[in-house]
Design a protein around this ligand. Structure first.
Ligand SMILES: [Zn+2]
Length: 188
Protein backbone atom coordinates (compact mmCIF):
# COMPACT_ATOMS: atom_id res chain seq x y z
CA UNK A 1 0.00 0.00 0.00
CA UNK A 2 1.19 3.51 -0.74
CA UNK A 3 2.51 5.06 2.53
CA UNK A 4 0.30 8.12 2.20
CA UNK A 5 -2.79 5.95 1.86
CA UNK A 6 -1.88 4.15 5.08
CA UNK A 7 -1.52 7.47 6.88
CA UNK A 8 -4.95 8.67 5.77
CA UNK A 9 -6.46 5.37 6.82
CA UNK A 10 -4.78 5.58 10.25
CA UNK A 11 -6.05 9.08 10.87
CA UNK A 12 -9.57 8.00 9.96
CA UNK A 13 -9.25 5.10 12.40
CA UNK A 14 -8.38 7.47 15.25
CA UNK A 15 -11.33 9.69 14.30
CA UNK A 16 -13.69 6.76 14.93
CA UNK A 17 -12.82 6.92 18.63
CA UNK A 18 -14.01 10.49 19.03
CA UNK A 19 -17.47 10.38 20.56
CA UNK A 20 -19.49 13.56 20.34
CA UNK A 21 -21.26 14.47 23.58
CA UNK A 22 -22.20 18.09 22.87
CA UNK A 23 -25.82 18.48 21.83
CA UNK A 24 -26.39 14.73 22.00
CA UNK A 25 -29.83 13.61 23.11
CA UNK A 26 -29.89 12.55 26.79
CA UNK A 27 -30.21 8.81 27.36
CA UNK A 28 -28.58 5.68 26.01
CA UNK A 29 -26.68 5.39 22.76
CA UNK A 30 -24.95 2.36 21.29
CA UNK A 31 -21.78 2.49 19.19
CA UNK A 32 -19.65 -0.17 17.65
CA UNK A 33 -16.08 0.16 16.45
CA UNK A 34 -13.86 -2.42 14.86
CA UNK A 35 -10.37 -2.61 16.34
CA UNK A 36 -8.76 -4.11 13.25
CA UNK A 37 -5.24 -4.14 11.77
CA UNK A 38 -5.52 -0.41 10.97
CA UNK A 39 -6.24 0.24 14.66
CA UNK A 40 -3.31 -1.86 15.88
CA UNK A 41 -1.06 -0.16 13.35
CA UNK A 42 -1.68 3.23 15.00
CA UNK A 43 -2.07 1.92 18.57
CA UNK A 44 1.55 0.64 18.66
CA UNK A 45 1.07 -1.86 21.48
CA UNK A 46 4.43 -3.71 21.64
CA UNK A 47 4.52 -6.78 19.32
CA UNK A 48 0.86 -6.32 18.43
CA UNK A 49 0.20 -5.55 14.78
CA UNK A 50 -2.76 -7.76 13.96
CA UNK A 51 -6.14 -8.41 15.42
CA UNK A 52 -9.86 -8.13 15.04
CA UNK A 53 -11.68 -7.00 18.16
CA UNK A 54 -15.28 -5.84 18.00
CA UNK A 55 -15.87 -3.07 20.48
CA UNK A 56 -19.37 -2.15 21.62
CA UNK A 57 -19.82 1.02 23.62
CA UNK A 58 -23.00 1.84 25.47
CA UNK A 59 -23.09 5.50 26.35
CA UNK A 60 -25.56 6.84 28.88
CA UNK A 61 -25.53 10.60 28.92
CA UNK A 62 -27.16 13.07 31.29
CA UNK A 63 -26.48 16.77 32.00
CA UNK A 64 -23.79 16.06 34.59
CA UNK A 65 -22.40 12.65 33.81
CA UNK A 66 -21.60 10.33 30.92
CA UNK A 67 -21.19 6.63 31.65
CA UNK A 68 -19.57 4.43 29.07
CA UNK A 69 -19.69 0.64 29.13
CA UNK A 70 -17.24 -1.07 26.82
CA UNK A 71 -17.36 -4.65 25.66
CA UNK A 72 -14.45 -6.13 23.72
CA UNK A 73 -14.74 -9.41 21.83
CA UNK A 74 -12.36 -10.89 19.28
CA UNK A 75 -8.74 -11.85 18.99
CA UNK A 76 -5.27 -10.37 18.69
CA UNK A 77 -2.17 -11.95 17.21
CA UNK A 78 1.05 -11.92 19.22
CA UNK A 79 4.37 -13.77 19.01
CA UNK A 80 4.54 -16.86 21.23
CA UNK A 81 6.96 -16.44 24.17
CA UNK A 82 8.36 -19.94 23.52
CA UNK A 83 8.63 -20.36 19.74
CA UNK A 84 8.09 -16.75 18.54
CA UNK A 85 5.54 -17.89 15.93
CA UNK A 86 2.26 -15.93 15.85
CA UNK A 87 -0.52 -17.11 18.14
CA UNK A 88 -4.10 -15.85 18.30
CA UNK A 89 -5.26 -14.75 21.76
CA UNK A 90 -9.02 -14.59 22.28
CA UNK A 91 -10.32 -11.55 24.11
CA UNK A 92 -13.74 -11.17 25.69
CA UNK A 93 -13.90 -8.57 28.46
CA UNK A 94 -15.61 -5.41 29.66
CA UNK A 95 -14.44 -2.07 30.92
CA UNK A 96 -16.16 1.14 31.95
CA UNK A 97 -15.53 4.84 32.13
CA UNK A 98 -17.35 7.56 34.04
CA UNK A 99 -17.04 11.11 32.72
CA UNK A 100 -18.16 13.94 34.99
CA UNK A 101 -19.16 17.17 33.29
CA UNK A 102 -18.21 20.22 35.35
CA UNK A 103 -18.62 23.93 34.65
CA UNK A 104 -15.29 25.24 35.98
CA UNK A 105 -12.83 22.63 34.65
CA UNK A 106 -10.35 24.04 32.14
CA UNK A 107 -7.92 21.18 31.69
CA UNK A 108 -9.57 17.75 31.62
CA UNK A 109 -8.51 15.37 34.39
CA UNK A 110 -8.21 11.81 33.18
CA UNK A 111 -7.57 9.14 35.75
CA UNK A 112 -8.08 5.49 34.81
CA UNK A 113 -11.85 5.01 34.81
CA UNK A 114 -12.87 8.50 35.89
CA UNK A 115 -12.55 11.61 33.81
CA UNK A 116 -13.57 15.12 34.76
CA UNK A 117 -14.10 17.44 31.82
CA UNK A 118 -15.68 20.78 31.13
CA UNK A 119 -19.44 20.60 30.57
CA UNK A 120 -18.97 22.29 27.18
CA UNK A 121 -16.65 19.56 25.87
CA UNK A 122 -17.58 18.77 22.28
CA UNK A 123 -16.32 15.20 22.09
CA UNK A 124 -14.49 12.51 24.06
CA UNK A 125 -11.40 10.98 22.52
CA UNK A 126 -11.48 7.34 23.58
CA UNK A 127 -8.56 6.12 21.49
CA UNK A 128 -6.06 6.02 24.33
CA UNK A 129 -8.57 4.52 26.78
CA UNK A 130 -9.32 1.69 24.35
CA UNK A 131 -5.62 1.16 23.70
CA UNK A 132 -4.93 0.82 27.44
CA UNK A 133 -7.90 -1.48 28.02
CA UNK A 134 -6.66 -3.91 25.39
CA UNK A 135 -3.01 -3.66 26.50
CA UNK A 136 -4.01 -4.43 30.12
CA UNK A 137 -6.25 -7.34 29.09
CA UNK A 138 -3.43 -9.23 27.37
CA UNK A 139 -2.17 -12.27 29.29
CA UNK A 140 1.30 -11.88 30.83
CA UNK A 141 2.44 -15.04 29.07
CA UNK A 142 1.68 -15.64 25.40
CA UNK A 143 1.94 -19.34 24.55
CA UNK A 144 0.58 -21.74 21.97
CA UNK A 145 -1.93 -23.94 23.82
CA UNK A 146 -1.31 -27.64 24.45
CA UNK A 147 -3.31 -30.13 22.35
CA UNK A 148 -5.69 -32.70 23.90
CA UNK A 149 -2.72 -35.01 24.65
CA UNK A 150 -0.92 -32.29 26.59
CA UNK A 151 1.65 -31.68 23.86
CA UNK A 152 2.69 -28.19 22.95
CA UNK A 153 1.36 -26.88 19.64
CA UNK A 154 4.40 -24.62 19.20
CA UNK A 155 6.41 -24.84 16.00
CA UNK A 156 8.08 -28.28 16.44
CA UNK A 157 11.26 -27.31 14.58
CA UNK A 158 11.84 -24.31 16.80
CA UNK A 159 11.09 -26.39 19.92
CA UNK A 160 13.72 -28.89 18.78
CA UNK A 161 16.27 -26.13 18.32
CA UNK A 162 15.42 -24.72 21.76
CA UNK A 163 15.95 -28.15 23.33
CA UNK A 164 19.38 -28.35 21.72
CA UNK A 165 20.28 -25.01 23.23
CA UNK A 166 18.93 -25.68 26.72
CA UNK A 167 21.90 -27.72 28.18
CA UNK A 168 24.28 -24.83 27.42
CA UNK A 169 22.06 -22.39 29.24
CA UNK A 170 21.92 -24.68 32.27
CA UNK A 171 25.71 -25.01 32.42
CA UNK A 172 26.10 -21.28 32.28
CA UNK A 173 23.56 -20.87 35.09
CA UNK A 174 25.43 -23.34 37.32
CA UNK A 175 28.74 -21.56 37.10
CA UNK A 176 27.31 -18.09 37.77
CA UNK A 177 28.86 -17.30 41.21
CA UNK A 178 26.13 -14.75 42.02
CA UNK A 179 23.48 -17.47 41.70
CA UNK A 180 25.56 -19.82 43.88
CA UNK A 181 25.85 -17.11 46.52
CA UNK A 182 22.08 -16.56 46.45
CA UNK A 183 21.47 -20.29 46.98
CA UNK A 184 23.55 -20.21 50.18
CA UNK A 185 21.61 -17.38 51.76
CA UNK A 186 19.53 -18.78 54.60
CA UNK A 187 16.36 -17.02 55.59
CA UNK A 188 16.15 -16.59 59.35
ZN1 LIG B 1 4.69 -21.29 20.40
Amino acid sequence: MHPNLLKVKSRDKKEEFKLRISGVERGKHLFSINCDNAFFEVAEIPDLHEGDVKLQIEMDISDKIVTLDFHFKGYVTLPCDRCMEPVNIDLDFSDNLVVKLMPWIEEPEEEDNLWIVNENTYELDLFHFVYESIALALPTQILHPDDENGNSTCNPEILKKLEELTPHEKEMGDIDPRLEALKNIKLS
